[in-house]
Ligand binder design. Structure first.
Ligand SMILES: *[C@@H]1O[C@H](CO)[C@@H](O)[C@H](O)[C@H]1NC(C)=O
Ligand SMILES: *[C@@H]1O[C@H](CO)[C@@H](O)[C@H](O)[C@H]1NC(C)=O
Ligand SMILES: *[C@@H]1O[C@H](CO)[C@@H](O)[C@H](O)[C@H]1NC(C)=O
Length: 463
C-alpha cells in the first residue's frame, strides 16, 4: 500500500502530520478574529447558507441579497463567521463567494480576513489568483498574517522555490517569528522527502527563540527517524521531558511508538505504547484510534481487543470511524472471524450504512478467494441502501482480473459507469491496457467503444 521506495513515510505519521497541519493552518488564519458571537437573530441566515450544499455558483450571493431584500440585517462580523464556518466544512468556493459578496457591498475587511481570502483563492481558483490578490493588497495589509497565508499555500502546493524566496523576504521584514512559519516549511521539506533540511531549520527557530510546539517536535522526530538516527529521536523526547511538562501530549508518544515499530524496535515500542495509553485523552477518540492502529502494527490482537473494549466503556456513542479503525486493525491482523463479528456488531447498532466498513470486509473475503461471501455481502449492503464507491468496484475488478475473468471485471466497470459517480476514478494504465487487449483479441470493436465511453462517463483520468 505505502509503496516500496527506500524512503518510506509511515502512513500513520502522514496522518498525524496532516492532522496537526490542519490544526496549525486553521489557527493561523482564524487568529485575531475576536468577538464572533452574533445575536441569535442571524441564525436562520446561516441555515439558509448551509442548506446550499451542492448549489451552483451565485446561490450564496442570491441568498444574501434575498435576506437583505426581506428587510433583515446582518453584521459584517457575522458574515465573516459564516465564511469561516463554510470553510471549516470544506465548502471553499461558497466561502469565497460570500467574501466576494462582502466586497460587492463595500464591507471592509480586517487583515486576518485577507489571509483567509488568500487561502480560499488558492484552494478554489489556484495559486495564481492567490498571488495576484496578495500583490494587490495595500502595503499595510501585507503583514505577517497575509505573508504567512501565502507561504502556507506555497508549502501546501510543494512549491519549494517560491516558498524559500518568500521566507527570505519574511525574514528581512521580521515576519518569520512565529512557530507556524517554521512548521509550514518543515512540512514542505517532509513532503519533498528532504528530511535532512529539517534539523537545521529547527536550529534556526531555537536561535531566534521561537517556541516549538507538539507539531514541531513530532516532525523533528520524524525527520531524524527518516535519517535513521533513533538516538536523535530519543533526544528530542527527553529534551521535552526535561523541560518538565508532566506527561507530554499523546501525539508525541504515538509518534514515538510508530517510529520504533517502523525501526523494528519492539520492546521500546511496547513501552512507548504504555506511555501513550497513560497519556490518551479520554475525550478524544483519535488518541484511541492511534493506540488501536499501533497495536495492530505490532501484530498484537489481544491488545487491540483490550483497547477496543475499554474504548467502548469510555465513549457512550461509538462512531462509524471507530468501527472502521478497528475493522482495519483486525484486517491487518488477518483475523476473519473477529472482522465478521465486529461488522455484525456495527450493523446491529447502525441503521445507516457506511460503505467504507463494508469494503474492509469485502476486501478480507476477496483476499481469501471467498468470492461468494464477498458478493453476498455486497448485495446485502446494497439492498440496505449502502452506495458502493470506486474502492468497492476496484476490489472486485482486481479480484476478477487476478483470476483471468475479464468478462466479470468488465461487468463491474459498466456497473460503476451506470451509477454515474461525481468523483474522478483513477484506473491505472495497466488495467486499461488489459481490457483494451482483451477487446482486440476478441475483435470486439463495439465493446471497446462502449468501454471507452464508460471510462469517459466515469471521468476516468486514464484515457
Ligand atoms: C528567549 O525567550 C525567553 C522567554 O520568552 C526570554 O526570557 C529570553 O530572554 C529570550 N532570549 C533571547 C535570546 O531572546
Ligand atoms: C501484546 O502486548 C502485551 C502488552 O504489551 C504483551 O504482554 C504481550 O506479550 C503481547 N502479545 C503478543 C502476542 O505480542
Ligand atoms: C455512519 O455513516 C453513515 C453514512 O456515511 C451516516 O449517515 C451515519 O450518520 C454515520 N453514523 C454515525 C454514528 O456516525
Amino acid at each position: 500500500m505505502a509503496g516500496s521506495s527506500s524512503f518510506r513515510v509511515p502512513a500513520w505519521a502522514v496522518a498525524l502530520v496532516r492532522r496537526l497541519c490542519t490544526a496549525a493552518e486553521s489557527s493561523a488564519v482564524t487568529g485575531g478574529s475576536a468577538g464572533l458571537a452574533g445575536p441569535g437573530l442571524a441564525k436562520p441566515l446561516y441555515r439558509r447558507l448551509s442548506a446550499l450544499g451542492g448549489a451552483p455558483q451565485g446561490s450564496v450571493a442570491m441568498a444574501m441579497d434575498e435576506w437583505l431584500q426581506e428587510g433583515k440585517r446582518v453584521r459584517p462580523i457575522e458574515v465573516m463567521k459564516y465564511v469561516k464556518e463554510l470553510r471549516k466544512y470544506k465548502r471553499f468556493s461558497q466561502a469565497l463567494e460570500l467574501m466576494k459578496w462582502m466586497d460587492s457591498k463595500g464591507i471592509r475587511m480586517t487583515q486576518s480576513n485577507h489571509a483567509i481570502r488568500i487561502d480560499l483563492l488558492s484552494k478554489t481558483e489556484g495559486i495564481d489568483s492567490a498571488e495576484v490578490y496578495f500583490s494587490n493588497l495595500p502595503e499595510a495589509a501585507k503583514d505577517c498574517f497575509t505573508y504567512g497565508a501565502l507561504l502556507n499555500c506555497y508549502c501546501r502546493e510543494k512549491m519549494a522555490g517560491k516558498a524559500t524566496e518568500l521566507y527570505e523576504k519574511m525574514k528581512m521584514l521580521s515576519y518569520d517569528s512565529t512557530t507556524l512559519v517554521y512548521n509550514n516549511l518543515a512540512s514542505l521539506y517532509m513532503k519533498l522527502q528532504q528530511p535532512e533540511k529539517i534539523p537545521p531549520l529547527i536550529e534556526q527557530m531555537r536561535a531566534k527563540n521561537i517556541s516549538l510546539d507538539t507539531f514541531t517536535h513530532c516532525i523533528l522526530m520524524n525527520s531524524y527517524a527518516h535519517l535513521g538516527d533513533i538516538d536523535a529521536v530519543e533526544r528530542v523526547v527527553s529534551e521535552m521531558e526535561d523541560r518538565g511538562e508532566g506527561t507530554m501530549p499523546w501525539p508525541v508518544y504515538s509518534n514515538l511508538a510508530s517510529i520504533y515499530i517502523s525501526a523494528g524496535l519492539t520492546q521500546r515500542a511496547e513501552s512507548a505504547l504504555k506511555m501513550l495509553e497513560m497519556a490518551v485523552d479520554r475525550k478524544d477518540r483519535d488518541s484511541f484510534h492511534f493506540l488501536i492502529t499501533l497495536h495492530a502494527r505490532m501484530r498484537n490482537l489481544s491488545e487491540v481487543n483490550r483497547v477496543w473494549r475499554s474504548m467502548k466503556g469510555i465513549f457512550p456513542k461509538i462512531t462509524n470511524l471507530s468501527y472502521l479503525v478497528v475493522l482495519q486493525a483486525l484486517d491487518q491482523l488477518d483475523d476473519l472471524s473477529s472482522i465478521e463479528q465486529c461488522y455484525e456488531e456495527w450493523e446491529a447498532l447502525h441503521i445507516h450504512h457506511d460503505i467504507r466498513l463494508t469494503n474492509v470486509v469485502i476486501g478480507a473475503y476477496l483476499r481469501k478467494n471467498m468470492i461468494d461471501e464477498a458478493l453476498t455481502l455486497w448485495e446485502t449492503a446494497s439492498k440496505k441502501g449502502s452506495e458502493s464507491n470506486f474502492r468497492t468496484f476496484d476490489m472486485f475488478i482486481d479480484y476478477y482480473l487476478g483470476n483471468n475473468e475479464v468478462e466479470q471485471a468488465l461487468r463491474c466497470v459498466f456497473t460503476a459507469a451506470s451509477k454515474g459517480k461525481k468523483e474522478e476514478w483513477k484506473m491505472d494504465e495497466e488495467r486499461v491496457g488489459i481490457f483494451l487487449r482483451y477487446f482486440e483479441e476478441q475483435k470486439d470493436m463495439e465493446g471497446a467503444k462502449a468501454f471507452r465511453e464508460a471510462l469517459k462517463k466515469l471521468k476516468c483520468s486514464c484515457l
